[in-house]
Design a protein around this ligand. Structure first.
Ligand SMILES: O=C(O)CCC(=O)C(=O)O
Length: 283
């Protein structure tokens, strides 16, 4: 698939380098200082991994809002993968709720109603930490994400803080392939990027190729063995009926994620209550 020329770029991509104003930026930093992101394993530690896919840790610590899609439950992938995947999580803090309202207004202004799935609203947020992993005193840059698609229906919006990142859309899944790049955009500190529609969501893949170090940005997360220099918030839509409370997961899925929920519960009243809810329900 040859890259589209600029004037014939399919609609549905929007970038705003200065989306987050200074007050909101400060409020985001204040909120980030309160959370405790976690490291997840890609697959369940209790069931065998899929054939040919060895167990591995994710490249970066994460935090989710609205609902948590634990990697070991394999993310939300309609039409088949919708049950037992999206676990109710903390609501958005005020500053992110405010940004989400602005993004939803922008999307409604720019896209015809027919381009949005029924009930579309941004109720899910993945907070990705990018930086260096430190293991046995050795520092490794793991600030990237390979080619993938986001399967939640409708537009996806991403807000970035910290060092800028090279974000690319590619037409093939060949790792690192350069000639497959159909669009690239540096995602600046405080920027918004929205992508929507068949071409950007379904036809091509997206990836984060690398993250700069020029600004010397770092975030003081209490995550052992990791130095963060960029944080990305990816907002998505999961139909509300597919989000379940922890206690309502199947027994098998609950076993898979209970240790993560217990870890989150150490610092989050929301997850402490979710854990207690399981006991209250006697399940
Ligand atoms: O960090 C980014 O800019 C993109 C993250 C991403 O691709 C994802 O969360 O699916």
């Amino acid at each position: 698939m040859p890259p589209p020329r600029r004037h014939e770029r399919p609609p549905g991509f929007h970038y705003d380098a200065g989306f987050v104003g200074p007050k909101d930026y400060e409020a985001i930093l204040a909120w980030l200082r309160r959370i405790h992101p976690i490291w997840e394993q890609r697959f369940s530690t209790r069931r065998p991994s899929p054939a040919g896919q060895p167990q591995r840790g994710l490249l970066r610590p994460v935090y989710w809002l609205g609902n948590w899609q634990f990697a070991c439950l394999d993310y939300y992938r309609p039409p088949e993968g919708i049950l037992d995947r999206c676990v109710q999580a903390e609501p958005f803090p005020a500053v992110l709720a405010k940004l989400v309202r602005r993004i939803e207004d922008l999307v409604h202004r720019r896209l015809p109603p027919a381009a949005l799935p029924e009930g579309w609203h941004l109720n899910t947020c993945l907070v990705n930490l990018y930086g260096d992993r430190i293991e046995d005193g050795k520092r490794t840059d793991v600030a990237r994400v390979g080619e993938h698609k986001d399967f939640e229906p409708g537009p996806v919006a991403s807000v970035s803080v910290g060092e800028r990142a090279l974000f690319q859309f590619v037409s093939s899944r060949k790792p690192g392939s350069r000639d497959a790049v159909v669009l690239q955009q540096w995602l600046d500190d405080g920027s918004l990027c929205v992508f929507a529609g068949n071409y950007w969501k379904r036809k091509v893949f997206h990836r984060v190729q690398r993250v700069d170090r020029r600004a010397g940005a770092t975030f003081p997360f209490p995550v052992e063995g990791f130095v963060t220099r960029r944080v990305n918030f990816t907002f998505r839509f999961v139909p509300d009926e597919h989000v379940v409370q922890f206690r309502d997961l199947s027994p098998e899925a609950r076993e898979d994620v209970r240790d993560y929920v217990a870890e989150l519960a150490k610092h989050s009243p929301f997850f402490a209550d979710a854990l207690a809810g399981e006991v209250r329900a006697g399940s």
